[in-house]
Design a protein around this ligand. Structure first.
Ligand SMILES: [Zn+2]
Length: 158
């Protein structure tokens, strides 16, 4: 992974921290164009009661409104946690390119199980179960403990 990519993932984890501090769940994501420019970023916003307000879903819809199909395909989404099936599908439907995730859905499942959090209503599918053939990278061990701690803080606060 290049230094730029580490910086993009760092920004995603910062956004996850902002989300947690604001009463939302700790997830953050950024959309990066083929030239390396950050095109859009968002964080989880489910605290208001809409459980679909995931940043990856928002980035997919932003891309559909603002980017050509070619620019979407050339763009990369960096995210603090691997896409859920809803966000993977949105990403695939709008034709976005590669996904780089700091931590995986498998890791999140393990952390939540350790915290005694019951499984959610959605199957734990990997991105490539939902979007076959999509290039993905992750998880990266240097982010695991930091992100795990955010999930611990969320459950301790709840
Ligand atoms: Zn999602």
């Amino acid at each position: 992974m290049s230094n730029n990519e580490i910086q993009y993932l760092e920004r995603c984890v910062e956004l996850a921290e902002e989300a947690l501090d604001a009463g939302d769940e700790p997830f953050g994501s950024i959309l990066v164009g083929a030239d390396g420019a950050v095109l859009h970023e968002d964080r989880n916003r489910v605290g208001g009661g809409d459980p679909t307000r995931h940043p990856e879903f928002k980035l997919a819809r932003w891309a559909a409104e603002h980017l050509t199909p070619a620019d979407r395909a050339a763009a990369t989404v960096y995210t603090s946690g691997e896409h859920c099936p809803m966000c993977s599908a949105a990403h695939g439907w709008v034709g976005l390119g590669r996904i780089v995730f700091a931590t995986s859905s498998v890791q999140l499942g393990q952390w939540l199980a350790e915290l005694g959090v019951p499984s959610g209503p959605i199957a734990e599918l990997r991105i490539t179960d939902v979007v076959p053939g999509l290039p993905v990278s992750g998880p990266f061990p240097e982010f695991a403990e930091r992100v795990r701690e955010l999930h611990r803080r969320l459950r301790a606060a709840g």
